[in-house]
Write a protein that binds this ligand. Sequence first.
Ligand code: BTN
Length: 284
Amino acid sequence: MHSARGIRSHGRRSTRRWERQSLENLKKRWARPDVRLYSSVDSTNDVAKELAQDGVPAGTLVLADAQTAGRGRGDRHWASPKGAGLYFSLILRPDALPNPALLPIRAGLGLVRVLARLVPTARPALKWPNDALLGDRKCGGVLAEATWDGSRVRHVVLGIGLNVSAKAKDLPKPIRAAATSVQEASNVRVSRLELMDALLPELDRVLASPGDPMEPELLRDLDAFDWLRDRRCVLVEPEKEKETEGVAVGIAPDGALLFRPDAGPLRRVVTAHVRVPALDLPAY
Ligand code: BTN
């Protein structure tokens, strides 16, 4: 196996072009200290973790045309068909980092803000904590993975996946009913380049401020795009055998989900998967 600076195993194939742009152009266009492009890779998060370990600068971007082992939250598989989506990871370091716990929700909001700008009629929304939805179906998500030095974060890899032109048949059968893509939901052909051009500066904006609780303009948008609000839902919490039924009532300034269980007082939920039984959609 060679290092991240050379060829690698895992069937990673690096490239110097993406969407007809050269690597050098993309670096300048997106104002990144470093960009690594792959025509195929296991997972951009895994590549980014190794690069972070090797000391590449904060803001480095790893972008792939396809992933063979894309990962989602809760160890789910992230389908990454070639050329049909955005699959990328950003390396963040603590000197330029808001509260790490708020990164996923901030990034999720960044994703939804861009969709609201580019395909406003497709009903963009944020499903807490960080799923991007179009018309009640998921089109994108965020996987943030931190590496710790004792109690200190050494670096965070922020992985983002967005289905852009994928059709139902390109996605695994079990999630088809819950999934969509930008093109399918909006009937608009938005290029991956256009999406990246909008996403990277938006992510820089939402990730720039160290605010905890979050700034008023972010809270306003979290509220405006909050898809779970007033919906009956079921909380699936780690290490809790029993699921909890109730109603989501909003998102707190510290990013917690406000949830009113059918029995008991209002709760602040920090980690959970939320299911909406009325839609009867598989977890995705
Ligand atoms: C989720 O909603 O479950 C998160 C999905 C995150 C997928 C992206 S694609 C780029 C990066 N590499 C991965 O393996 N996962 C993230």
